[in-house]
Design a protein around this ligand. Sequence first.
Ligand code: HEM
Ligand code: HEM
Length: 401
Amino acid sequence: MPLANTTQHYGSLTKTFHWLTAALIITLIPLGIIANQLPYDTSEELARKAFLFSLHKTLGVTVFFVALARIGWAISQPKPAELHPDRKLETLAAQTAHWLLYGSLLLVPLSGWIHHAATTGFAPIWWPFGQNLPFVPKDNDLAHTFASLHIIFERVLAATLLLHIAGALKHHFIDKDQTLRRMLSTPKLPELAAHQSKAAAPVLALGAWAAALAIGASIGLFAAKDTVAAVPQLQEAPSDWVIVTESSRIGIATTQFGATVEGEFAQWTTEIKYDRDAPPEEKGSVRTTIAIPSLTLGAVTDQAMGFDYFNAPEFPTAVFEADIAEGGDSHIATGTLTIKDKTVPITMPFDLGFEGDTAFMSGTITLDRREYGIGDNMTDEASLAFPVTVTINIEANPAEP
Ligand code: HEM
Ligand code: HEM
């Protein structure tokens, strides 16, 4: 069987590309749907879901590269002529489907890949290129948009594929012609006229994508996701120090499936008493209230708010209360941290410096999530590590008297 196409037959490379992509796509669609629907309430369930997603993503990225090679090859090859050039509408429908299929081979994996690259955390791609893409920042809104695009493009692919397969079966079983056999072998064919490309086919394919995007938008696929729990309105705390919000942050980091997942609380208030002239052991006190639902934690933000984790609907705030003392080169905050209904004593060393009157504080503390009843069902550290690092950076100015 010759490698290249002729004006009558598909060559062996075209056929290999065709059936390789067919096998990959027919595996990937159910894999994506199953992985998406699986629960992830325990370590075992999470590990199974992540395994299927990693497989889905890795095969999906493979499709992208196979598709690039396949399209490059198809462009360089003659197209075998239509077996029924007289059936104008059928030829147009078949060619529109081919445009949609070729396009989908790029759009579906690329949208999935960008969604993955814009997200922190969860199932990694087992691919030597790593988890990020150039020009794709970690951004939840971007990730949400591309997740929606992935679903829309994947639905267009699935619908087109059904019609494509139905067409192939119709040719084989009803018309009893050589259309399917020509994609499998090199059957004897009558003399065929030249291939005719229908200029309307790519235009119809673009129209089908535009219609699918419009339907996706109209059913709210691109709308901002509802948060699991409402962010509570925090009372402004009377404080001796006023926080410079632009440069102050409370961040957390943990490890999921060996990869670091980082996040930040957007809303918190803090009441600080600190007297530079006070004796070292009585420098002041701090009380910080954190709005738990204001946390963004990459792909697992919603999961983190759930019952097994922060249970944000029931416990929307965490409170840190401590006394501040000077100790050696740095300071120490000794007090308690309450998350959910668990109050745990903690001691946090931190650095404090001054530029003029402005204070700069930075401290890091590692907590064990199990002490706060977070992720109790995640008993396996390989799925979700026990330590959670909290990093606090605060810039503050003395309040006006
Ligand atoms: C069981 C599944 C499938 C069957 C039975 C099938 C069957 C066929 C047949 C018979 C042809 C030749 C059509 C002709 O000569 O006019 C064809 C062409 C084509 N198929 Fe499939 N196909 C399948 C899956 C797929 C998949 C998954 C894709 C890609 C996503 C795909 C993309 C294409 C394209 C782009 C062509 C046109 C090739 C060209 O002329 O360059 N097919 N298919
Ligand atoms: C041609 C290749 C691909 C196909 C056919 C495909 C197909 C699918 C399908 C059918 C779903 C389920 C959607 C639903 O439940 O309605 C899905 C979901 C998903 N796919 Fe793919 N996919 C492909 C490539 C990729 C790639 C390359 C990645 C990432 C690197 C990826 C990441 C995802 C993710 C993260 C989801 C879940 C989306 C969500 O959060 O709703 N996919 N995919």
